[in-house]
Design a protein. Structure first.
Length: 306
C-alpha cells in the first residue's frame, strides 16, 4: 500500500489555521461510501461514512505509538463529528474539522492531537474505555460551549441482553470504539487468560437483533498494510475498512492476581481465580493468530446534538 508522501517530522507543537469543515464521505474500497441506517425488522444494517482511519504508529508518540490504539481510534470518532456534523470539537486553536488526515501538511498536528487524547485519557503504556470517555468529554467541550449536547457510555458483553442490537443502535448514533482482548490458553484445560488488548473504530454492522453473530467493518489504527515499511512513522496510510465477524462465546477465564506495589508481599505469587464470561470472538482475514484468540469485551458509544 502506497502512503501519502510526507517529509515533515511529527512535531508536537503545531497549530492549525482556521478553515471551513469539509465533509469527508470516503472510506473503504471502492469509494464512495454509501451510508445505511436500517434498524427495522429482525435484521439490521448500519454504516457510517466520513470516519477517518488514522494510523497509531507515529514518530513523536511514546514507543512510536505502539500502544496508542485507543487515542487514535477516538480521533476517528471525533473526525466524524467534526467533518460530517460540523461539530466544533478539538483543543484550543486546534479543531478536528479543519484537519485532513490524508493531507501531509496536517500529519504533525494530527499526531499532536492523538498525543493530547492520550494525555487526557491518562495514557500509562495504554488506555482504557473509561478514560477515553473522559478524553471525549474534554475534546467536545468547545461544542458544549457552543450549545451542543454530548453523551457517551459503555456497553459490556457480560451485561448486555442484546449485544448485537446494541452495536447497531449505538453505531446508528455515531461511530463506536470497540475493545477486544487477546486471550491465550489458561492454566487448566479449556480456560483462557487475557494477555493484552486492542481498540478499533467500528464503521458498519450487519446482523440480527438478539443474534449470536455480527459482521463488522473496522477502521483499525494498527493494521495498515504498509506498517513497518519506509517512512511509515511520518506518513498516513491509505484508508481501509477491514471485514470481521463476531460470534458469541461463553468460556472460563483465568484471572491472575496483580501485585500491590504498596505492600511488602508479592500478591502475584498467589493463585488466580476463574470466572465464566460472555465475549464475542473476532475473526477476519487480517486478524489471524496462532497464539491468541481475539475476544470483544465491550464498546464505547458517543452521541452529539445541537
Amino acid at each position: 500500500m502506497i502512503r501519502n508522501a510526507l517529509i515533515a517530522a511529527a512535531a508536537l507543537t503545531a497549530v492549525v489555521a482556521p478553515a471551513t469543515a469539509v465533509a469527508d464521505p470516503i472510506i473503504g474500497t471502492p469509494p464512495p461510501c454509501v451510508g445505511a441506517a436500517d434498524l427495522v425488522g429482525p435484521t439490521f444494517n448500519v454504516k457510517k461514512c466520513g470516519i477517518s482511519d488514522v494510523d497509531q504508529f507515529r514518530a513523536g508518540l511514546e514507543n512510536n505509538g505502539n500502544a496508542y490504539c485507543g487515542p487514535a481510534s477516538l480521533y476517528n470518532v471525533l473526525h466524524y463529528w467534526g467533518h460530517e456534523k460540523d461539530a466544533p470539537v478539538g483543543w484550543l486553536t486546534t479543531k478536528v474539522g479543519n484537519l485532513n488526515p490524508k493531507d501531509p501538511a496536517d500529519y504533525s498536528v494530527i499526531t499532536n492531537s492523538i498525543g493530547r487524547i492520550g494525555v487526557d485519557a491518562k495514557y500509562n503504556g495504554g488506555t482504557n474505555l473509561t478514560n477515553l470517555r473522559n478524553a471525549w468529554n474534554i475534546a467536545t467541550k468547545p461544542a458544549r460551549d457552543a450549545g451542543w449536547t454530548t453523551t457517551a457510555g459503555v456497553i459490556s458483553t457480560n451485561d448486555a441482553a442484546d449485544f448485537a442490537g446494541d452495536v447497531a443502535r449505538k453505531l446508528n448514533e455515531g461511530p463506536i470504539q470497540l475493545v477486544y482482548g487477546r486471550y491465550k490458553a489458561g492454566p487448566t484445560a479449556g480456560s483462557l487468560q487475557r494477555s493484552g488488548g486492542h481498540i478499533v473504530t467500528v464503521v458498519s454492522a450487519t446482523g440480527n437483533f438478539n443474534g449470536t453473530s455480527i459482521q463488522l467493518k473496522l477502521a483499525d489504527p494498527g493494521r495498515a498494510l504498509d506498517s513497518g515499511e519506509g517512512n511509515y512513522l511520518y506518513t498516513q496510510s491509505a484508508y481501509e475498512s477491514l471485514d470481521v465477524t463476531l460470534n458469541k462465546k461463553v468460556f472460563k477465564e483465568y484471572v491472575p492476581v496483580k501485585d500491590d506495589e504498596d505492600t511488602r508481599e508479592d500478591e502475584s505469587m498467589q493463585p488466580g481465580t476463574y470466572r465464566y464470561v460472555t465475549r464475542w470472538e473476532l475473526t477476519g482475514p487480517r486478524y489471524v493468530s496462532d497464539t491468541t484468540r481475539q475476544m470483544v469485551e465491550g464498546f464505547n458509544w458517543f452521541d452529539m446534538a445541537k
